[in-house]
Design a protein around this ligand. Structure first.
Ligand code: SAM
Ligand code: SF4
Length: 430
């Protein structure tokens, strides 16, 4: 979602004459779009600000000015504290106010203090944003923001605010723009995307509407909460052709006791049954998930339950993290923490198992012909990088002109980070 937000900030700033550059050095403005989900992500902001301060001073020496801005959830959560630690920041704004950037930029330098806008404004950001100026072959589209679930470990409801769904017409119009600019795949985004309820529509109904748009080859959505996977959405996986057979469905832990303490609103068995139903609907559905180890009070038995669930389900990919206490969240009250060394050990064990499953899944792709959407140049000359239906990166030798094409590729090998593919015979002749 931060990638999407950054692109929309660029759209807003284009009206003021700004264009994106690859390097911070020498830029007229640098915006750090930040994440507050774990402490490590938040700490990175301060490290990066130290580096940028030097670039800001270099620019000043040459008589220029670099506006330094901090956007996103760290700005929202830390506000004045951030300005106290980094007084050279000119502009600070949260995830809900970036449509006001022209006004904020005009105010920079008018007072000695930084310009701050961390409101949750009454007017809706999405009603005020300009049309998107450029689209990649695989584009993002935010349909829902914020969250009302209040998992006890999570800052999202506090930094992104309460759940809000965008109106259907606005989403369809933005999807049409993206397709007109060359997008072939759209990923619908939301912190809790399957809670979408714009104009009373469910996510399943929105998916069926978007699936009719000419030119759309692939549709995805992320991130879903298990307890919001309704019958209609499960059915869509079996019926909507452009919906990719890959689903990111975070479970966090396999222990019912921990799930309850996390306020996840489902049990491990509920998750198992849900996966069974999804696989009955779409037998080739690949799953990915998020896991947290070392949640306060997590015992060896709780962790064993997570490992058992992983073994039973089998994930094509996954993200896993050590629990990170976040200020202001209920779980951060300091009760019954798991020792750091224990957290680290559990994470190592879990990641080894998840990596083995990822490799195993990747190996099942070798020898198959898969559709691959070619997205951008690869690392080596003559090579393009695309994605399989299961979101795996695939390297293929093909001409740059083929970016944006969905091709048939024979998967020749599976490496640690990507698959190696070659254009299937008919494609090579195309
Ligand atoms: N809304 C999604 C859901 O309910 O699963 C996930 C949103 S969150 C941006 C992405 C992932 O970060 C979560 O699924 C969780 O695994 C992880 N996460 C969130 N808060 C965390 C914390 N305090 N410590 C460690 N990991 C955390
Ligand atoms: Fe955070 Fe996701 Fe829980 Fe919402 S559902 S509080 S975004 S982890």
């Amino acid at each position: 979602m931060n990638v999407y937000d950054s692109a929309r900030m660029a759209d807003v700033l284009a009206r003021l004459g700004y264009t994106p550059v690859d390097e911070a050095a020498g830029a007229d403005m640098v915006i750090l779009n930040t994440c507050h989900i774990r402490e490590k992500a938040a700490q990175k902001v301060y490290a990066e600000l130290g580096r940028l301060r030097r670039l800001q001073e270099d620019k000043k020496k040459t008589g220029g000015r670099m506006i330094l801005a901090v956007a996103g959830c760290v700005a929202q959560a830390e506000g004045e504290e951030l300005l106290r630690r980094a007084p050279f920041v000119d502009l600070l704004f949260g995830p809900q106010t970036y449509h006001r950037l022209p006004r904020m930029v005009a105010m920079v330098g008018q007072t000695a203090r930084a310009v701050v806008d961390t409101d949750f404004p009454a007017e809706r950001k999405f009603d005020r944003l300009p049309e998107t100026a450029a689209a990649a072959a695989a584009a993002f589209l935010t349909v829902q923001e914020g969250c009302d679930k209040f998992c006890t470990f999570c800052v999202v409801p506090y930094t992104r605010g309460v759940e809000e769904s965008r109106p259907v017409d606005q989403i369809v119009a933005e999807a049409e723009q993206l397709l007109a600019q060359g997008a072939r795949e759209i990923t619908l985004l939301g912190q809790n995307v399957n809670a979408y309820h714009g104009d009373g529509w469910s996510l399943a109904r929105l998916i069926r509407r978007l699936a009719k748009l000419p030119g759309l080859a692939r549709l995805r959505y992320t991130t879903s909460h298990p307890s919001d996977m309704d019958d209609g959405l499960i059915a869509a996986h079996g019926e909507v052709e452009v919906l990719m057979p890959y689903l990111h469905l975070p479970v966090q832990t396999g222990s019912d006791r921990v799930l309850k303490a996390m306020n996840r609103q489902h049990t491990a068995d509920d998750y198992r049954r849900l996966v069974e139903r999804l696989r009955a609907t779409r037998s080739d559905l690949a799953l990915s998930s998020d896991f947290i180890v070392g949640f306060p009070g997590e015992t060896a038995a709780d962790f064993a339950a997570t490992m058992a669930l992983v073994d039973e389900i089998g994930f094509a990919s996954a993200f896993s993290f050590k629990y990170s206490p976040r200020p202001g969240t209920p779980a951060a009250s300091g009760l019954d923490p798991v020792r750091e060394a224990e957290k680290a050990e559990r994470l190592t064990v879990l990641q080894a198992r998840l990596e083995a499953q990822r490799r195993e899944f990747a190996n099942t792709c070798v020898g198959r012909v898969l559709p691959v959407l070619l997205e951008k140049p690869g690392r080596h000359a003559g090579q393009l990088l695309g994605r399989s239906p299961y979101l795996q990166p695939v390297h293929i030798e093909a001409a740059t002109a083929r970016i944006g094409d969905e091709v048939s590729a024979r998967i020749a090998a599976a490496g640690p980070n990507s698959l190696a593919g070659e254009l299937a015979v008919a494609e090579a002749d195309a």
